[in-house]
Design a protein around this ligand. Structure first.
Ligand code: ZN
Length: 246
């Protein structure tokens, strides 16, 4: 392999790592935002349940007040009833009392229904408070982990960027310029392609026999005639047995 191509291959590996590190550094805050959003929506749900519970308690108080009012009305009516002069007046009072008693029963029934609903709501609130305490703990722990991971990634990134600069400085200018130009263009970041079965390992285009011969001779760095990637032929493994038999 041409030594410059070896360096370009090394540069490609380092660029891959740099790209992965940058991707991770960019994705970590998004991950935190997602788990914080989930926590926020669970907190909101808890607030809604708490508000419903408070409203329920208020409604029950109101019903209790209404019941008491009706009770007072009944005692007043009973007092007035004592002074009834005719059967007709008596029946009129009794009718009003019946009406108040019906209203009290209605309040009691509604109160009972509200009480049942309040029990379910209170249970929801208690369960949500327990699970939210745990969720908050998990989110805080994850945030610390992510902060540590990001710091590590940034240190690694600085190290790989320095390594990249030193590799780039050691490559001949024209090849480096070709590399940088291709690197920007290739979405997969692959600039250097291995020759596989006389074809470009990246775009699979067959390489002409003459071009293959030139590649094997290797004084020049050659690019794939189709995708323009820098080509290299991997040296065949050394046949130790054959060497020993020589
Ligand atoms: Zn190609």
């Amino acid at each position: 392999m041409h030594p410059d191509v070896g360096k370009a291959l090394h540069l490609q590996e380092v660029d891959r790592t740099i790209s992965d590190l940058r991707g991770e550094i960019a994705s970590l805050p998004k991950h935190i935002a997602e788990i914080e959003k989930a926590l926020g929506s669970h907190l909101k749900k808890l607030e809604v349940d708490k508000a419903a519970l408070a409203a329920n308690q208020l409604d029950r108080k109101k019903l209790e007040g209404e019941g008491k009012d009706q009770q007072q009305k009944i005692s007043k009516l009973k007092d007035q009833m004592l002074g009834a002069k005719t059967n007709e007046q008596y029946r009129a009072f009794q009718k009003e009392i019946d009406f108040c008693e019906a209203a009290i029963r209605k309040c009691d029934d509604q109160g009972l229904q509200l009480m049942e609903a309040a029990e379910a709501l209170a249970q929801n609130v208690r369960a949500a408070e327990v699970s939210l305490a745990e969720e908050k703990r998990v989110v805080e722990a994850r945030k610390k982990e992510v902060a540590a991971q990001t710091a590590r990634d940034k240190t690694d990134l600085a190290r790989f960027l320095a390594e990249r600069a030193s590799i780039a400085a050691s490559i001949t200018k024209p090849l480096l310029a070709t590399y940088e130009r291709l690197h920007k263009r290739m979405p997969d970041g692959k600039v250097v392609a291995k020759v596989v079965d006389s074809s470009c390992g990246s775009c699979n285009m067959m390489i002409r026999p003459q071009y293959m011969a030139d590649l094997k001779l290797g004084p020049d760095v050659l690019a794939c005639e189709n995708c323009r990637r820098i080509l290299y032929i991997e040296a065949p493994p050394v046949d130790v047995e054959a060497q020993m038999n020589d």
